[in-house]
Design a binder for this molecule. Structure first.
Ligand SMILES: [Cu+2]
Length: 174
């Protein structure tokens, strides 16, 4: 709930920046009242608060000066997800599983592996039979290092660490 209202405010802010340029670009924009142009300017100069500015945007929307259809252009969605290689992952007798062990993400997600363990690891993609394939293959990752890969196609992707071959994980892309 809170998050979606934040998203709306961000959208409104993005839009309002274009509004400022609109009111500059279209001198004959008679439907945009003078006080609105001033408010936009004042906001840009930090003279009025964000709340006051958003009220002004609200006024424009309610009075059909702003047509929201033009604003609601689909914003390309950026998806990011992480797999943590936890402390103790190297230890065959410990838990230390990749977290999450099966990461489920939508197509187009950038997955970042983060080595939180005290020793180096790598990420090697495998086919369903456990054979290493050149799809996503990291160099050795020291503690704190990251490796990322963008999953562009649906599927179930297996990987493991060649230093600790008992560590196997999955990324499921749908
Ligand atoms: Cu490892």
């Amino acid at each position: 709930m809170k998050r979606s209202s934040k998203t709306i405010s961000v959208l409104v802010l993005v839009f309002s920046i274009s509004l400022i340029s609109l009111s500059v670009n279209f001198a004959n924009a008679e439907s945009v009242p003078e006080w609105v142009k001033n408010t936009a300017l004042w906001y840009g100069e930090g003279i009025i608060s964000e709340g006051e500015f958003l009220n002004m945007i609200k006024f424009l929307i309610e009075n059909d000066v702003i047509v929201l259809d033009n604003v609601a252009e689909p914003v390309p969605q950026v998806n990011d997800a992480q797999v943590i290689i936890p402390n103790g992952n190297f230890d065959v007798t410990g838990a230390g599983f990749y977290s999450p062990l099966n990461l489920e993400v939508p197509v187009g997600t950038t997955v970042t592996w983060v080595n939180d363990d005290s020793v180096p690891h790598n990420i090697q993609s495998m086919d369903e039979k456990g054979k290493v394939i050149q799809l996503f293959n990291s160099p050795p990752l020291n503690t704190g290092d990251r490796f990322e890969f963008i999953f562009e196609e649906e599927g179930v992707y297996n990987y493991y660490c060649s230093f600790h071959p008992w560590r196997v994980g999955l990324v499921t892309v749908s």
